[in-house]
Ligand binder design. Sequence first.
Ligand code: CP
Length: 313
Amino acid sequence: MDKWSKHDLLDLQTLSAEEIEHVLETAKSFKEVSSREVKKVPALRGKTIVSLFFEPSTRTRGSFELAAKRLSADTINMSGSGSSLSKGETIVDMAKNIEAMNVDLIIVRHSVAGVPHKLAENLNASVVNAGDGCRSHPTQALLDMFTIKDKLGEIKGKKVVIVGDILHSRVARSNIVGLTKLGAEVTVCGPSTLIPIGIEQMGVKVSYDIDAVIPDQDVIMLLRLQKERQEEHYLSSIREYAKTFGFNANRLKMAKKDVLVMHPGPTNRGVELSGEVADGARSVILDQVTNGVAVRMAVLYLTLGTKDVSKEE
Ligand code: CP
């Protein structure tokens, strides 16, 4: 079996454990490129990649663009505002028109779940999901898994707790799928209003008490508290959340001495984690960002290296 056969990367549900491992291995070889004086290889010379971001982004958008440029692809970035969507064009028509300029791959982030899948159904170009609604953020989970493997040697058997708003988190969903496929023991922890009913069916444990789970964990992955959730009455107050679930120096003392503290960003300092912990020795938050470029180089390289025969005449 070829190690990679996917024309698009839409989620991690459709990848086998072997395919996830193959992305992580490929990313390992690309990581070195970013530390060179000349941070460029010709792997995707002549390819054209377009980013379509309909939601704000710092890390994902920046690292996809750097990844494409470091592989020598031609890139452009487009956003919803300023495009012809405001004149009534549908997103599929917009993407088809972009594709008509002989574009090879489209990266898309959208607040509506399923938009990348819709584009993939309608385009011959490869589609890579950069985050869709609450559904999926596959490259974030891949870079998180890369970071865990890089720091701890392996993922199988490691205990990972994901803390926060699991209900609305595409990062949590993709990490649960990826980490359980690679054999991690995943626990989700947060207020009962923000943990989906039945999530155990995804192969995770559930806890509502962060202090009870901290001592066992190899990785503590904190999620951004989406502050608008307080207005939607999922939370009594942000202050109460910070007291009950915020990860701070006192809680760090309860953890294993070599625990990894992770966060996909953007962080709310003083809410889901203290500034002291975010900047402390156990935090790998900026390593995650660094690794994101290598992982996205691997994703672009692999998806552009395949042909989708199902879409051929
Ligand atoms: N982690 C993440 O998706 O960050 P951005 O929203 O800045 O891309």
